[in-house]
Design a protein around this ligand. Structure first.
Ligand code: XLS
Ligand code: NI
Ligand code: NI
Length: 431
């Protein structure tokens, strides 16, 4: 045991508590035939909670954690603290990048040794912990070698280094029985087209993703391969812009049956969409996988990765998740970080507990809206014309036949209300 969380006890479900507790998240409560924990599948992101030092473009580290530093002993201490937090919160999952969990070595081989040692350390800790791996991923964007991209780098040696890194991260994810493997292309994009061969870079990225899928099958990894779209930051333009763009990319490289989406709230906002738009689109394309839950500041224009704190927004997101059939291998990963002034261990616990409560409230509201059924009934009624014989025949017809019908006067459309305010009032009854 470390003493990092020394004054904090495991959090319980205590709806009336004014102390550190869950007021809405009750893992065992059954909603729509399933325990809340099994619906929501919460995960903690190692990078924000244990690796991020609290810097911003104008200031460096604020957090000064006792495990910061580049030794294996400190990496093990970091793991000890992480698993202590997983226990306090009773979270079923966590997620990591290789660079979050191990010190960088002087060579690829040394980094790999460090990484494998920590993966084994995780393996031992997971034997006595209930927290499992939601997904692993490779950090192919922080080190300076990746400044011009990973798979899309103009230098083939960086492609090779990245491929070797992804192989090792997939092996480790497989070893720890991870449920998914994620690829987020942070620097798979460009700063200026003046020095960029866009066509070539997209081909490289497509082949790289094919290689990851081939390797998954080779090692018998049963988890899902997930791509996480984001339009920009750190690159000025990123190729995996949003769900629609990634779907086109998957089609181009024959991967649409192999790869699903990890959709992040803040990235949807940066792309000019709502979170629920991205979720609904992925679901309609059959590529919905998992979510990175956070909240983006609507004024700042960058990825602020705040913990979610907006129940109506979260409710509309989970409404789409439930309609998509809920999570199978995916889950709710808190890709959320503290504000840099939130220095204390209690801030870390309260942030997650609050976010879990917000998600629980949102999820319950979404499930209740679906159960009530009015929203779906009104939506179905809006499209009823398409279920009529005439409506069905239309899509099998052709322009000339349709034109003849319209000219004959048998078609005379009457505008009808879209009822947006009434629908919003209905949502407001549940949130
Ligand atoms: C950054 C991304 C990143 C991925 C994992 O914006 O959200 O944290 O989730 O590489
Ligand atoms: Ni993000
Ligand atoms: Ni993310």
């Amino acid at each position: 045991m470390t003493d990092f969380f020394k004054d904090i006890s495991p959090l319980a479900y205590a709806p009336d508590s004014t102390d550190l507790a869950f007021r809405h998240y009750n893992p065992d409560e059954v909603i729509a035939g399933k325990r809340m924990e099994d619906h929501l599948r919460f995960g903690v992101a190692y990078w924000h909670s244990f690796a991020w030092p609290g810097g911003d473009p104008f200031g460096a580290e604020t957090f000064e954690r006792p495990w910061f530093g580049d030794t294996m002993d400190l990496a093990r201490m970091k793991a000890d603290v992480a698993f202590e937090m997983f226990d306090l919160l009773n979270v079923p999952f966590f997620c990591w990048h290789d660079a979050d969990i191990r010190p960088e070595g002087d060579s690829f081989a040394e980094s790999q040794r460090n990484f494998e040692e920590i993966i084994d350390y995780f393996g031992t800790k997971m034997e006595s912990s209930r927290t499992k791996l939601l997904w692993g991923t490779a950090n192919l964007f922080s080190h300076r070698r990746f400044m011009s991209g990973a798979a899309t780098n103009p230098d083939p040696e960086i492609f090779a280094w990245s491929a070797a890194t992804v192989k090792n991260c997939m092996d480790a994810t497989h070893k720890l029985n991870g449920e998914n493997y994620v690829l987020w292309g942070g620097r798979e994009g460009y700063e200026t087209l003046l020095n960029t061969d866009l066509k070539r870079e997209r081909q490289q990225a497509g082949r790289f993703l094919q290689m990851a899928v081939e390797y998954k099958h080779k090692i018998g990894f049963k988890g899902a391969i997930l791509v996480e779209p984001k339009p920009q930051e750190p690159s000025k333009h990123q190729y995996d812009f949003d769900v629609a763009t990634v779907y086109g990319f998957l089609k181009e490289f024959g991967l649409e049956g192999e790869v699903q989406m990890n959709i992040e709230q803040g990235h949807a906002i940066l792309a000019g969409h709502s979170f629920e738009h991205e979720l609904a689109l992925a679901s309609s394309l059959g590529i919905f996988g998992s979510i990175d839950m956070n909240r983006n500041d609507y004024q700042s224009g960058w990825d602020t990765d705040q913990f979610p704190n907006n129940v109506p927004e979260v409710a509309l997101a989970y409404y789409e998740v439930i309609k998509a059939g809920g999570f199978t291998k995916g889950g709710t990963n808190f890709d959320s970080k503290l504000r840099r002034q939130s220095l204390d261990p209690v801030d870390l616990i309260a942030a997650h507990a609050g976010a879990m409560d917000v998600c629980a409230r949102g999820f319950k509201a979404a499930a209740a809206m679906l159960e009530d059924g009015t929203l779906e009934e009104m939506r179905t009624a809006r499209y009823a014309g398409w279920d009529s014989a005439g409506g069905k025949a239309l899509l099998d017809s052709d322009l000339a036949t349709i034109a003849a019908q319209v000219a004959a006067g048998s078609i005379n459309p009457q505008p009808r209300s879209g009822r947006q305010e009434i629908l919003e009032n209905i949502v407001n009854r549940f949130v």
